[in-house]
Design a protein around this ligand. Structure first.
Ligand SMILES: [Zn+2]
Length: 364
């Protein structure tokens, strides 16, 4: 398959991932064994030479010294905060998936029970991913548009995580925001188009699959709300939103920015992604070995991304397990930006409430 098209990891690679996980556990055990070795050698050496006591004591002291060129002072959120202040960071790259939008009420794709892929039985699809496959869509657009009516942007508000990314932009430290999401919430949070890479496309624009005529979001929304399959007003061919289906190339801008952004990136923050869809997932491999990577997620992911979580060689990867909004608030608080984040959210709520009141008054 074209390397430019989004694709899920194959069952083989997933099997490999679980093997890799096993290997990680094994290597952790090996690491522990290596760390334990000095004390056993110490026991034997004590009986033979006092010189080795001195060497052991020095080695023990060295373990506790923070070297001046050490990337992170410690492998925690505090270590990340100290790094951001000390460097200081100006080129933070964020990578996000559906996990930052679940608090807005939008289902993610893979959560058992509530994920989109687990609730597609009513569409009689040959397999769940078919709903986002171009070849299937051309023959059977109905399931996609029925699902789209439930997911249509405009019915949801951005989450605290979205506003945290907006806050990074306002503080002048955001280089780029890469999102897998097609829910438009980054735009609603006010993240500027220049900072935004919608890797899997957007509902914001649509195109005719025949003559390529472009349609705006409001036109598409009207068609979907009227339960119509959108067809071109010029040639009557099927119209498809510019979201990227399996089998389609990612937006050109994704590749254009990817090469330069990850050279400049001085901190990578990954949130709410399963890192199972390529080529998006492998963006996490692109920063230099001197660039810290912070993952805020409900579960650790990215077996194939060579994260160093839990390994003795880890000098740059921090895993924070939990809810994305909580992780963002904690990071903002530790940076002294907690109140700014709360203000951004409050401003959005006020604006949105007055918009809703305006709509209600207009419709009366
Ligand atoms: Zn057309």
């Amino acid at each position: 398959m074209d390397s430019g098209t989004p694709r899920e990891r194959s069952p083989e690679s997933k099997t490999k991932s679980s093997e890799d996980s096993h290997n990680v556990a094994t290597s952790n055990e090996a690491d522990m064994a290596i760390r334990e070795k000095p004390s056993s050698s110490k026991t034997s050496s004590m009986s033979t030479s006092g010189e080795t006591d001195v060497v052991d004591a020095l080695a023990s002291q060295l373990q506790n010294i923070s070297l001046p060129n050490q990337i992170l002072s410690d492998l925690s959120m505090d270590g990340i905060v100290a790094y951001i202040r000390k460097k200081p960071c100006r080129n933070i790259v964020t990578m996000v998936g559906a996990g930052i939008s679940t608090a807005a009420g939008i289902p993610d794709f893979r959560s058992p029970g509530t994920g989109i892929y687990h609730n597609l039985k009513k569409y009689n699809l040959p397999y769940p991913q078919a709903i986002f496959e171009l070849a299937y869509f051309k023959e059977h657009p109905e399931p996609f548009y029925e699902l789209a009516s439930d997911l249509l942007p405009g019915e949801y508000r951005p989450t605290k995580s979205h506003f945290f990314i907006k806050l990074l932009e306002e503080k002048g430290v955001l280089l780029r925001h890469y999102t897998q999401n097609i829910d438009n919430l980054e735009r609603l949070a006010g993240i500027s188009e220049e900072k935004l890479i919608e890797a899997h496309g957007t509902f914001y624009k649509s195109h005719c699959l025949g003559c390529q005529n472009q349609y705006g979001f409001e036109w598409l929304k009207r068609q979907i709300n009227r339960k119509r399959i959108p067809h071109c007003i010029h040639c009557n061919a099927l119209v498809k939103p510019d979201i990227i289906f399996f089998g389609e190339n990612l937006p050109r801008r994704f590749y254009q920015k990817m090469y330069s952004d990850f050279v400049e990136c001085d901190l990578l923050i990954i949130m709410g992604s399963s890192l199972e869809v390529e080529p998006f997932a492998s963006l996490a491999l692109r920063p230099s070995k001197m660039c810290p990577r912070l993952m805020i997620n409900l579960v650790p992911v990215g077996d194939n991304i060579e994260f160093l979580f839990g390994k003795s060689a880890n000098d740059r990867d921090v895993l924070w397990i939990g809810d994305c909004d909580a992780g963002c608030q904690l990071l903002a608080d530790k940076l002294g930006w907690g109140d700014d984040l709360i203000k951004l959210l409050a401003t959005d709520e006020t604006t949105y409430s007055s918009m809703e009141r305006g709509t209600a008054e207009t419709s009366c």
